[in-house]
Design a protein around this ligand. Structure first.
Ligand SMILES: [Zn+2]
Ligand SMILES: [Zn+2]
Length: 276
């Protein structure tokens, strides 16, 4: 089987209100795209920062700008008007684990996808914005902090899946990786990942970004597999056209690495299904 669990029903830009995108007809467009790609396990995982309840967890100015929608209305919509799995993409905010746990535990997700986009107040994936970490920071330090934080996210136990695990490479040559063997960074996350029960997302989104690579790098995925972690496959599509993006390529790649099963989730219970 094939899965696409980390998807969004709308682009990230402003002017994409829930009223326009959280509709049965829009969900149906995703279902049809999944059917065409042979993807049987389909779910949505909207960004938590677009819901007003996220401000109970963190009040970063960018979250304040984006937190318009009602989280419970989203959950009710997915459960009652679609046949999609109900997920959420929730940032890891160090120091706010209890608040995030409260917010998550009050709702019945099929799965929770954990992301590291921010390191303190700055983001690794918001090039050119007020919050762009790359304007001033040294790549060696950013990469170190990113993978330390990723390990903490895994260890927190808040998440079923760790999203785009080496997102820090997103900009490719526009924010180049430090030199040398990058495993010295991956190792910073590995204790937390090995001690956790989290699934590792393999995401084709990196192929659509300047990085031009699958998340995570093969060497990082191999460390996670050695640690016994299962794989969750997604495209991180924000439009139906990107659903299952480059899956032919990623399925072949996973085969080369020896991955034979994919994680699927039902009410936060994980099981593994044969890949393909
Ligand atoms: Zn993300
Ligand atoms: Zn996403």
């Amino acid at each position: 089987m094939l899965t696409d669990l980390h998807t969004h029903l709308r682009p990230d830009e402003e002017g994409t209100p829930a009223s326009e995108y959280f509709t049965a007809a829009n969900a149906q467009r995703y279902r049809e795209a999944a059917d065409e790609g042979g993807i049987s396990e389909l779910g949505v995982s909207e960004h938590i920062h677009r819901f007003s309840q996220a401000l109970e967890v963190w009040t970063h100015p960018w979250w304040r700008q984006n937190a318009h929608d009602d989280l419970d209305a989203y959950c009710a919509f997915v459960r009652e008007e679609t046949d999609l799995r109900l997920g959420i993409e929730a940032d890891f905010v160090p120091g706010r684990e209890d608040r995030m746990a409260n917010l998550l535990d009050e709702r019945e997700w099929d799965y929770v996808i954990g992301s590291v986009h921010f390191l303190r107040d700055e983001a690794v994936d918001m090039r050119g914005s007020d919050w762009d970490i790359w304007r001033s920071a040294d790549p060696e330090k950013v990469w170190g902090r990113y993978f330390e934080t990723l390990g903490e996210a895994a260890r927190s136990g808040l998440y079923d899946v760790l999203a785009h695990p080496d997102l820090v490479k997103v900009w490719g040559d526009d924010a180049p990786a430090p030199g040398g063997d990058l495993r010295r960074f991956y190792e910073l996350a590995m204790d937390g990942i090995a001690d956790s029960d989290v699934a590792i997302e393999v995401s084709t989104a990196g192929l659509r970004k300047p990085a031009g690579e699958i998340y995570p790098a093969r060497a990082f995925l191999e460390l996670c597999l050695e640690a016994g972690r299962p794989v969750a496959l997604s495209s991180d599509a924000h439009v139906p056209e990107d659903l299952g993006h480059a899956y032919d390529r990623v399925v072949e790649w996973l085969g080369e690495i020896g991955v034979t099963k994919l994680a699927v989730f039902d009410r936060r219970e994980r099981r593994l299904e044969p890949l393909g």
